[in-house]
Design a protein. Structure first.
Length: 133
């Protein structure tokens, strides 16, 4: 199992090393400008760009995505000032493992892929009751 994980991590890293810029230049105007290249923004930009008569610009804050972010197991260690907004909770009195004054870090990505690039492929499914309203 360890060998399989090692090979998967190595292949993911190789994919990141092979990623190249498109070399396209910016236009003076666009039909659609999408701010935020997270999961939703990226899918929307992809679908809009399928019709070649429209021009689409996808914007995201932060630096370019580092090759380490292509390896899911290293993503939590990559949440830094360059690719995360650095939000924290307010100091807590009786929450967060009951440590008075403790503040939790809230990772919010500012990199292509948004927070999905920093969450190690984890997700939380909403409760069925959240969708009943």
């Amino acid at each position: 199992m360890a060998a399989l994980i090692t090979v998967a991590a190595w292949l993911s890293l190789c994919h990141g090393l092979l990623a190249q810029e498109t070399g396209k230049t910016l236009r003076e105007s666009y039909d659609y400008i999408i701010v935020g290249a997270g999961s939703a923004g990226s899918v929307l930009a992809n679908r809009l760009s399928k019709d070649e008569k429209y021009s689409v610009l996808l914007l995201e804050a932060g630096d370019e995505m580092t090759k380490e972010l292509f390896v899911p197991f290293t993503a939590p260690f990559q949440a830094n000032a360059n690719n995360s907004w650095g939000y924290t909770t307010e100091p807590q009195v009786s929450a967060l493992w009951d440590f008075p004054g403790f503040m939790a870090t809230i990772t919010q990505g500012k990199v292509m892929g948004g927070t999905s690039s920093l969450n190690s492929m984890n997700y939380v499914r909403g409760s069925q009751y959240d969708f009943d309203q």
